[in-house]
Write a protein that binds this ligand. Structure first.
Ligand SMILES: Nc1ncnc2c1ncn2[C@@H]1O[C@H](COP(=O)(O)OP(=O)(O)OP(=O)(O)O)[C@@H](O)[C@H]1O
Ligand SMILES: C[C@@](O)(CCO)CC(=O)[O-]
Ligand SMILES: [Mg+2]
Length: 385
């Protein structure tokens, strides 16, 4: 049997970074996915765990006996109890990754460490082949690390106990709510390896989908009464979320009061953003008025993100370019490059949108318009017999 899981990326509409420090944030899933296929070995002679990372052209393999010998003694794995990777395990896993001699330019080791932690914690030391493929740009603010963690955990948990999932059914199947909570908690353990000190917002929206108001681990699914059409511009400047999150924490240590004020302001912006998109807007005038207020909140949010030190020259280029067309933009995700959101008001003509995209792409950027607020993690069972 082979199981394939898919998990969506995300756009943070308001409150990134501040959410790590307890502020409210608003986040939406997007219809770009990371796919993880897991096929357990059927041959008794096969003692290999294979990981194929298609997006970075890496094929890695370990003898499962060697993995078991390299990891510290433990009471065995318990898939029902998400556990944080300890320093001792982290050092042993880093050594298993280092022996693969991965070219640094290809990919940071964190994604592979997260894989080894989730695999051995949930499935133990069973030989298998795991294939990862994504529609998301990596390291660009669209939640590729969370989509990886969620899709990995989803495939592993579904392979262990399909539970209510009917493996004879075709197509993408939804998890039961209680399974989603377990999945999200395991994915959060993967994000801790990838993000250092994650808030949990990225793995939560990749697990549950939809649009979510998130604060200190608490989530409220919200329904937007506004179209919320967003142009996503990928500046193609890759960066590392873990380092950026750490940088904001260091600035907070240097300027505690000032930064606390910024976080409080971002909390207010997110709360108002959430209230606005849920407020009833039936006619064009009401929608336009609310879209103008949303644009103002995005502009204010971007200004505060500059206070945190996570903007970048290429982000400023996108801001200036879209402002020429009286459009408002803000970075999304960890910043310092990556992706920028531009609100496309519902009355905006397609011709104008095409002009904005053409000018942005002439700067070497890549533009896309993704559907937002869709499904979260799902699995599909493909018979390989
Ligand atoms: N499809 C993938 N294949 C291999 N590694 C991946 C994949 N997706 C994510 N990763 C891992 O996640 C890292 C990128 O995570 P990072 O958190 O820095 O960026 P992001 O999640 O795309 O952006 P943000 O956290 O701001 O939303 C990559 O360097 C890699 O280690
Ligand atoms: C920058 C951050 O707020 C969002 C990254 O997409 C980090 C986090 O919340 O884990
Ligand atoms: Mg990430």
């Amino acid at each position: 049997m082979e199981v394939t899981a898919r998990a969506p990326g995300k756009i943070i509409l308001s409150g990134e970074h501040a959410v790590v420090h307890g502020s409210t944030a608003v986040v939406a899933s997007i219809d770009l996915y990371t796919f993880v296929s897991l096929r357990l070995s059927t041959s008794e002679n096969d003692c290999t765990l294979r990981l194929l990372l298609k997006d970075v052209g890496l094929e890695l393999s370990w003898d499962v006996g060697k993995i078991k010998a390299a990891l510290p003694e433990s009471d065995g794995f318990d898939s029902s109890t998400p556990t944080t990777c300890t320093r001792e395990f982290s050092e042993a896993i880093s050594a298993l990754v280092a022996e693969q001699n991965i070219p640094e330019a290809k990919i940071g080791p964190a994604g592979i460490s997260a894989f080894l932690w989730l695999y051995t914690s949930i499935r133990g030391f069973e030989p298998a082949t795991v294939v990862v493929k994504s529609e998301l740009p990596l390291g660009s603010g669209l939640g590729s690390s969370a989509a990886l963690s969620v899709a990995l955990a989803a495939a592993l948990l579904a392979s262990l106990s399909p539970g209510s999932l009917d493996s004879s059914k075709q197509g993408w199947l939804d998890f039961e709510d209680d399974k989603l909570d377990l999945l999200n908690r395991w994915a959060f353990e993967g994000e801790k390896i990838l993000h250092g000190k994650p808030s949990g917002i990225d793995n939560t929206v990749s697990t549950y989908g939809s649009i979510i108001e998130f604060k200190s681990g608490n989530l409220t699914m919200i329904k937007s009464n506004l179209p919320l059409k967003m142009l996503i511009t990928n500046t193609k400047v890759e960066r590392n979320t873990k380092a950026l999150v750490a940088g904001v924490s260091e600035r907070t240590l240097r300027h505690p009061e000032a930064m606390a004020s910024v976080f409080r302001a971002m909390d207010s912006i997110s709360t108002e953003f959430s209230m606005l998109i849920q407020s009833p807007a039936t006619d064009e005038l009401a929608i336009t008025e609310n879209e103008k207020k949303i644009a103002e909140l995005m502009e204010m949010n971007q200004g505060l993100l500059q206070c945190l030190g996570v903007s970048h020259a290429v982000i400023e280029t996108v801001l200036r370019t879209t402002l020429k067309y009286k459009l408002t933009s803000k970075l999304t995700g960890a910043g310092a490059g990556g992706c920028v959101l531009t609100l496309l008001p519902s009355l905006l003509s397609g011709t104008l949108v095409d002009k904005v995209i053409a000018e942005l792409e002439s700067c070497g950027f890549q533009c896309l318009i993704a559907g937002i607020g869709g499904k979260g993690a799902q699995v599909s069972f493909i018979s390989t017999s």
